[in-house]
Design a protein around this ligand. Structure first.
Ligand code: GLN
Length: 451
């Protein structure tokens, strides 16, 4: 019944919202019927729960495109580790959600296939790159959806859609079977309606995986069972001035200030601190992430996967025509930027310098975490913007992620949760809670006080 309800809601909303690229209706209903018939094993905590999957996570036998034409007809022969784990837990995959092509973007307008709308206001973007997942949750299609976050792609759409989005510590979740963008930044996580659901689902996908050598050998706590509102009493909160400055819209700042007051009223202390290298984050990130992307995307050559251009003359022509026709503008822009930054004559001036900035940004966080338990601020400087507002100006779009990118540079866990609504446009505003490495518990606990 749950699965049927989910498809009913998708049919009622998705003509407008356009959150999904591929629906998995037949297989999902079949699996739900099997679970009804055979019953649930004791460890199948999520048996029969319909959820959605971002389309850069490979699913065996189900088309996986990363919203790129170059993978338009790609059907994987294996499941990502996170899907395998969720299958064991008994979940039902209702379908694959729209995103910015290869997760490059902040509005889902860079999808090679369609534009997803924000369910709160169809003239606005749902954010990105996990915009389809966020919109599917906000539209009530599913209770939660998978996202990935390289520079903010779980937290910013969560903020724009008034839902919870958690990017765990780098290494917490296996990246095996995630279509790679910036491998030293990418992490999988969940977009959900509330903190508790998020914690339950995160536990189900976390842990060491022999297929991903960057996955961490760290114990996975039962975050949901440990959730504790009382632990906010005495919590030491740091608020970076860079996260509440004039660069943040007034209507957003007002909601964040009210949230900080709420924490104080519960017995937390709130101090202003500085993360001085924040202002270099966006520039350094676009060099590093694009460099990694230019390397990761070499594999789309027209031979190994998906799409191949027609009427080609020779092998070079296969590569050039396939990539020219298969990739969108933003992806090409990143490949060129990344290739340039890594090239022999410019490596020291760009890639190497950006890597040093990354270290400084991580050190900023380390210093603050010597004295504080969590760092709080806005997730995004604005509420969801209008479709078309930024897509023609890449720098404007890039600057949108100034408050989420530093967290990926340092590999920290961070969550966005709905903290209120803008007085200006009535749209939801997200509060960002950043934690110490592998201390997802404190992040979840702090967010839990809003429920
Ligand atoms: N918006 C950022 C970018 O375009 C981050 C995207 C992401 O986290 N996948 O790279």
């Amino acid at each position: 019944d749950l699965t049927k309800e989910s498809f009913k809601q998708i049919k009622a909303t998705d003509d407008d919202v356009q959150a999904f690229l591929t629906l998995n209706e037949e297989a999902a209903l079949k699996r739900a019927a099997e679970i009804d018939k055979n019953g649930i094993a004791e460890d199948q905590l999520l048996a029969g729960i319909p959820l959605a999957v971002k389309d850069n996570i490979v699913t065996k036998g189900l088309r996986t495109t990363a919203a790129s034409k170059i993978l338009g007809n790609f059907t994987p022969v294996y499941d990502a580790t996170v899907i395998e784990k969720m299958n064991q837990a008994g979940f039902i995959n209702v379908g694959k959600t729209n995103m910015d092509e290869f997760a490059m973007g902040s509005s889902t307008e860079n999808s090679g296939f369609k534009k997803t709308k924000n369910p709160w206001d169809l003239t606005r973007v749902p954010g990105g790159s996990s915009g389809g997942s966020a919109a599917a949750v906000a539209a009530g299609d599913v209770l939660a959806a998978f996202g990935t976050d390289t520079g903010g792609s779980i937290r910013q759409p969560a903020s724009f859609n008034g839902i919870v989005g958690m990017k765990p510590t780098y290494g917490r979740v296996s990246r095996w079977g995630i279509i790679a963008f910036g491998s030293s930044f990418d992490q999988v996580g969940w977009l959900s309606n509330n903190v508790k659901d998020n914690a339950i689902l995160m536990q189900a996908i976390s842990g060491l995986d022999k297929h991903d050598m960057t996955s961490a050998n760290q114990e996975v706590p039962n975050w949901a069972a440990n959730l504790d509102k009382a632990s906010v009493k005495g919590l030491k909160i740091a608020v970076p001035e860079e996260y509440t400055s004039d660069a943040i819209d007034d209507d957003v700042r007002e909601v964040i200030q009210a949230a900080l007051k709420h924490f104080e009223s519960l017995g937390a202390t709130v101090d202003t601190v500085s993360l001085p290298h924040t202002k270099y984050g966006v520039s350094a990130y676009y060099i590093l992430a694009s460099s990694e992307a230019s390397s990761n995307l070499q594999r789309y050559d027209g031979i190994r996967y998906g799409f191949r251009a027609d009427d080609v003359k020779n092998l070079d022509d296969v590569y050039v025509r396939t990539r020219t026709e298969g990739f969108g503008d933003e992806v090409k822009r990143r490949i060129m930027l990344g290739t340039f930054s890594l090239s022999a004559g410019f490596y020291d001036a760009y890639f190497n310098k950006a890597a040093k900035v990354r270290r400084l940004i991580a050190d900023d966080f380390n210093k603050v975490f010597k004295d504080y338990d969590v760092i709080l601020g806005a997730t995004d400087a604005s509420t969801a913007f209008k479709i078309g507002d930024k897509v023609t100006d890449p720098t404007k779009m890039y600057l949108n992620d100034a408050l989420t990118i530093p967290v990926n540079m340092a590999g920290l866990p961070a969550m966005s949760l709905p903290a209120g609504f803008s007085k200006k446009d009535g749209m939801p505003v997200g509060l960002q809670i950043i934690g110490k490495p592998f201390d997802e518990q404190t992040v979840y606990d702090a967010g839990y006080v809003f429920e």
